[in-house]
Design a protein around this ligand. Sequence first.
Ligand code: ATR
Length: 291
Amino acid sequence: MDINSDTKLYCLIGHPISKSLSPYIHNFSFNKNNINAKYLAFEVDKYKLKDCISGIKALDIKGFNVTIPHKVDIINYLDDISEEAKLIGAVNTVKNVNGKLIGYNTDGLGFIKSLYDKKIDLEGKNVLILGSGGASRAISMMLAKEGVRKIHILNRTIDKAKKLINDIKKNFPKIEYSYSNLAEFNINNQQDIDIIINCTSVGMYPDENEIPLDIKFINQNTIVYDIIYKPLKTKFLKKAEEKGCLIINGLKMLIYQALISEEIWLNKKLDLENIVMALEKQDFLLKNRNY
Ligand code: ATR
């Protein structure tokens, strides 16, 4: 669609943003849905955040995404935040409603949607989460909200796993929790894991030969999810697939979190499944397969 005086601007702010796929995903979706809008990525470091928000308000930009390092600090500039953003303690999507900035978090929602897409029911499940960073926090909070039975978190830095568990427990006290050091994990006390989710960066390009957890801990009935999408099939997923596990990569979560942001900005339901299918065939995403 051509740019004209009615074209709306949406954007990403963060640092660094040069490798972001968000502009591709949003501009593709805007085009496909005949929405007169464009999406740009702006390099904004922590010193420029305040001015950036003033600029967004002055130009009446209707919505934007927030990435590293602003996902927590942005909350200081917002008028309100959604239930998910409150739970997670971080915001990745902001909507400008008549000058008031409302924060949302679509990372966890995108993850959950990608599981429901595969008809995976979460209620009563026993989940093992690797990592305790921002992505792990969003995902584990949403898993708790969806009614899993048990959450075990493994992390290299044990104190961070403990803190995350304590934060989830405050909101969801009925779930069974445990945590341990990633290097000291012992399968003996972790039978019957339904889903393992790698939320660490271990195995990500350019370190594709690394694996976050020894595959001997995984049985073939476990669903193995790696939120990494570069490469699309990490060594962890390859090994799990060889064992016969159902594997899921991070591409759908990435696309869904972006499209759910768009639904919030536009205040309308999009045909998510159709856009995802079309997007998955696009060159800019397929190129990831080369990594
Ligand atoms: P994101 O926003 O993608 O979640 P993050 O908040 O920096 O990124 O979190 C990265 C996660 O990967 C953390 O759990 C980190 O472990 P620490 O808390 O011990 O730092 C984990 N991680 C990164 N590199 C790792 C490595 N080489 N081995 C094990 N875990 C690693």
